[in-house]
Design a protein. Structure first.
Length: 285
């Protein structure tokens, strides 16, 4: 993201309130361990408004091989940023990462199953408005989020907010040139068949919002991954779909990429991301 994200640490309240149209509130946080019947307990933090006891819930799913504690700080979107807008937020360390035990599953069935377990736990907390939960996934975290929603019964999830996730094994591996994924080439049908978002996004039944900058954080100016996922969700079981400011339910055509709304560099900052997130929460499309 651009220069606005570098300025936000100094003018955070002013910028976030301007772009979201919502006044921020003070937040509190605590750490917990979430039971996981199929594996190790999950280390997690909960952030929520200090004066409000029951709020819509948000589950943050990290990208790359990151742990959830990365959402506690930094120049990007933090858990406190989201909570300050009126949400109870949970972020967690997937198995094999951070303080959670077990083995790294690389966004596969174990990671998807533990997200489902975490959602069941989170939905039952008294500080969460039951049945009003959003999953907010970052980058390749879409493999975990879409996989869990497709394979598990998760009626508490109102919508999935996808920040620039990849769509298939080819753009994930960058046509087998991604040095950290050499172990799992695109020809590995067994591995990617359990992880590829394009194979699961059409099965999700909640709403689906896609945030996509004109210049993707990994894919550069390529837009095919965003178009693929939104179209598959729209033609599938999703309750509604939307990408950026394009009309809800749009089916996108690859030959008309320049006709659609993509977030330009000067607007590609967390204020804009959170504005779209609030739109998805408040309007439901």
């Amino acid at each position: 993201m651009g220069i606005m994200n570098r300025l936000l640490p100094f003018f955070g309240d002013l910028f976030l309130e301007r772009f979201t149209g919502r006044k921020r509130v003070e937040t509190i946080e605590n750490e917990i361990w979430v039971p996981n019947p199929a594996g190790p307990a999950l280390y997690a933090h909960i952030h929520r408004p200090s004066e409000s006891m029951v709020n819509p819930g948000v589950v943050l799913v990290p990208g790359a091989l990151d742990s959830g504690t990365g959402f506690d700080r930094g120049r990007g979107i933090t858990a406190a940023d989201v909570a300050s807008l009126g949400f109870t937020v949970i972020h967690y360390d997937p198995s094999g990462r951070g303080k959670t035990g077990g083995t790294e599953d690389y966004w596969g069935p174990a990671h998807q199953g533990e997200l489902a377990a975490l959602l069941g736990f989170f939905d039952a907390l008294p500080e969460v408005e039951s049945g009003n939960i959003a999953i907010f996934s970052f980058s390749i975290g879409i493999c975990i989020a879409a996989g869990a929603l497709a394979r598990c019964d998760l009626p508490s999830v109102k919508y999935l907010f996808d920040w620039e996730g990849p769509s298939n094994r080819f753009n994930i591996t960058q046509n087998d040139t991604h040095k950290h994924l050499k172990k799992w080439p695109s020809s590995d049908v067994s591995f990617w068949g359990e992880r590829e978002p394009a194979l699961s996004i059409g099965q999700i039944s909640c709403g689906y919002f896609r945030y996509q900058a004109a210049r993707d954080h990994v894919q550069g100016n390529f837009k095919g991954h965003a178009i693929e996922l939104v179209n598959l969700a729209g033609r599938g079981k999703a309750r509604w779909t939307r990408m950026n400011a394009n009309p809800p339910g749009t089916i996108f055509h690859g030959a008309k990429v320049d006709d659609y709304d993509w977030v330009p560099d000067f607007r590609n900052h967390k204020g804009q991301v959170l504005k779209y997130f609030l739109d998805a929460q408040d309007r439901g499309f």
